[in-house]
Write a protein that binds this ligand. Structure first.
Ligand code: TXA
Ligand code: MG
Length: 347
């Protein structure tokens, strides 16, 4: 399949892409979180094409993307709490699970009676959804099992030739997927942490009303029923084995300095110290993903760095620090511990 790359969204290209989406095409597009692989959410055949292009198990439901907050009522039963959350956080990196209306095909929700709804803030995403005139079902635009894509080059690496078009909107600002929540009356359960943090939800809804789903911090055990089906898969997996090291900064530096031929994913400032402490002849691949105290820099850089190890065909062990779990750090922790398959070593 020929994949068109579009760098300029103007009236003409938007109209073409809108027509393509309505007709069942697959179009990758930028959002403020990660790139999405979009298709007409009202077309069961288009949803099936998404699963095929990604190599994604079809029991893993898709998020539907809307241009306007108010459109949610067309596709699901909207509880009062949704409006309060939307006033505070939408458009933005928050996905809300709600009871679906029959118009949403089972292929999109993988047979669930709920649907995940998101109103992205990225202007190109909103323009594209408006041009399509239909809700846009979109998982992250990566091959299943690979890190989500945060720029067009990553989408091209995974999906070129498998999809109809890629809209290039530069780098995704946040770099990790949206926060996913479930609502029960006044209560909010975080199924996947992201840019709308637990602290932000607590400020709005009251600490007593916000909890973390087990899938945020714990490993999926075969017999459990996951609340967000996608959380059970070993996600964001680079080709190398990732191991998280829990301990002080100095202990991280001295541990990684002693490991022969390893990979290191570390904070800015640690790389120089690790290199200085290593024997000159033993080359390690050392990459940084932001300053230790700046969780948003780590979120922004994480997936690109995991991909960079793959691009160098590195298949050894990559050591990374256990992230701090406050703010968007919780999302960084959640993605890294999954990339590591829950492999943690205490220093
Ligand atoms: O930031 C994002 O959310 C990105 C961009 C493209 O918007 N999208 C994204 O989609 O991350 P995806 O498909 O990679 O992740 C969606 C997650 C999966 O873990 C899936 O199981 C869960 O949402 N999910 C979708 N519908 C659900 C539902 N009805 N109930 C529970 N979980 C659901
Ligand atoms: Mg994904």
């Amino acid at each position: 399949m020929d994949t068109r790359i579009i760098t300029d969204l103007n009236e003409e290209s938007l109209s073409t892409l809108g027509t393509m989406i309505r007709a069942g095409a697959l179009v990758a597009f930028p959002t403020e979180t990660v790139y999405g692989l979009g298709a007409n959410a009202l077309d069961p055949e288009a949803a099936k094409k998404i699963y095929a292009a990604k190599g994604r198990p079809s029991d893993n439901p898709l998020i539907i993307h809307l241009a306007e907050v108010a459109d949610a009522a067309l596709y699901c039963e909207v509880p009062p709490l949704y409006k309060k959350l939307a006033d505070a956080f939408l458009p933005g990196p928050l996905t809300v699970i709600m009871k679906k209306k029959p118009i949403v095909p089972d292929e999109v929700t993988a047979g669930l009676d709920t649907v995940a709804v998101r109103v992205p803030s990225h202007p190109m995403a909103r323009a594209l959804i408006r041009a399509a005139g239909v809700p846009v079902a979109a998982p992250s635009a990566n091959l299943s099992g690979r890190p989500s894509t945060t720029c067009a080059a990553h989408v091209i690496a995974d999906l070129y030739g498998r999809i109809d078009a890629i809209v290039d909107g530069g780098e995704s600002e946040i770099g990790l997927e949206s926060t996913i929540i479930r609502l029960d009356g006044e209560r909010v359960t975080v199924l996947r942490p992201g840019g709308i943090t637990k602290e932000m939800l607590c400020d709005l809804c009251g600490e007593e009303n916000v909890s973390l789903g087990a899938s945020v911090t714990e490993q999926f055990i075969g017999s459990d029923v996951p609340m967000a089906p996608g959380m059970k898969y070993k996600h964001y997996a680079p080709r190398s084995q990732v191991v998280l090291l829990e301990g002080e900064d100095d202990a991280f530096v001295s541990f990684t300095a002693k490991k022969k031929g390893c990979g290191v994913l570390c904070y800015d400032g640690q790389a120089e110290r690790i290199r200085a402490a290593r024997p000159a002849e033993d080359e390690a691949i050392i990459k940084t993903f932001g300053r230790q105290e700046r969780r948003e820099e780590q979120a922004h850089g994480l997936f690109a760095m995991l991909r960079a190890f793959d691009d160098e065909d590195f298949t050894g062990t990559v050591y990374a620090p256990m992230p701090e779990k406050d703010g968007i750090g919780l999302a960084v922790f959640n993605r890294l511990i999954k990339a590591a398959g829950f492999h943690v070593v205490k220093l």
